[in-house]
Design a protein around this ligand. Sequence first.
Ligand code: FAD
Length: 372
Amino acid sequence: MAANYNSADIAAFKNVWVFCEQRQGKLMQTSMELISEGRRLADELHVDLCGILLGDNVADMAKDLGAYGADKIYVCESPLLKDYTTDGYTKVIVDMIEEYKPEVMLFGASNIGRDLAPRCAARLHTGLCADCTHLDVDVEGYVQFLRGASTLDVDSMEWDYANRDLKMTRPAFGGHLMATIICPRFRPAMATVRPGVMKKGKYDAAKAAAVEVIKPEFSLTEADFQTKVLSVEKAARKIVDLIGADIIVSVGRGIASDVEGGIKLGQELADLLGGVLGGSRVTIDSGWLSSDHQVGQTGKTVRPKLYVALGISGSIQHKAGMSESGCIVAVNKNEAAPIFEIADYGIVGDLFKVTPMLIESIKAMRAEKEAR
Ligand code: FAD
């Protein structure tokens, strides 16, 4: 930490900052989600929303971040920042925070964000709340959130409506309760936010043109690195993109009597609908699907337009990852399964009988449409 920097001097900090993650020149969805959420927080605080973008030749991406609500983008470009390294990114972000002193700093809880944010927090002597699913500054908004999301008797509690601390809410104790954490004595208040949790706003071309792009001076030399990236190799295996999918068909323990057949049915329905295959944690723990398919609290948080749950009971941890889906269709042979409490359409029946019927009727409907 620089000698003249004091993380306890709360009054010296202003503005909301978002770490805008890009990989190989492509902005990650979580950057847009966090810019959209950051806009809301900055408006509540009446301050600017700034993005910080690191890489080599990445300045062109700044306008896209502006389109989702950023007022300013700090672009730090160097061949040394071409690929993510803990050393290089931490050095530059810590230097920028010491210089510009944002009061709130958000990172996506991606592999990179989870590596980078704690390093920065430790160096800056401030707190970090990891894996947040909800953020508030405004107490009124927070009380409103609790009214809908908790069993607390908020009306009989005392609230300090002038308090402007960032209230960072995240699941705790295996998702059985939600904890709200504040960082009252140090700044910036830092949080990582799970990808897919915050809603991406609408792209606004006028805002894209208006964003202010700043290229600050910073120092970064080979001597700042303890590791060197020799090359970046993409995994040969195709990873399922659950977060970017509009349609997800997930399978659960209900396929246990014929795992291969159940996965085939789920995949066929997903392909037919133009979606991807997901699964409950049981399917991953049992080795039936790879971990990139997992939906839920310890898997991916998804918000597709359509979520089909085949043989999934609807545990708290599974629902935590998919309850915000646009339309939920559940197939389960137990009519008391909790998944039916949040399903828009529920089919009580054996998935091995119901899914082929769904597939057939979709095919028939399409054929009829084409024939017209
Ligand atoms: P089950 O709960 O066993 O349900 C199977 C369902 O299939 C039943 O409802 C049954 O009626 C139905 N069924 C059976 N046969 C058929 C059939 N032929 N046709 C139709 N229906 C049928 N889970 C997750 O999914 N994601 C997570 O991220 C996650 N994180 C966790 C984190 C922690 C800390 C803990 C403690 C648990 C976590 N879990 C997670 C596990 C979670 O608690 C449940 O155990 C899991 O979600 C259950 O998966 P399931 O619904 O597939 O299986």
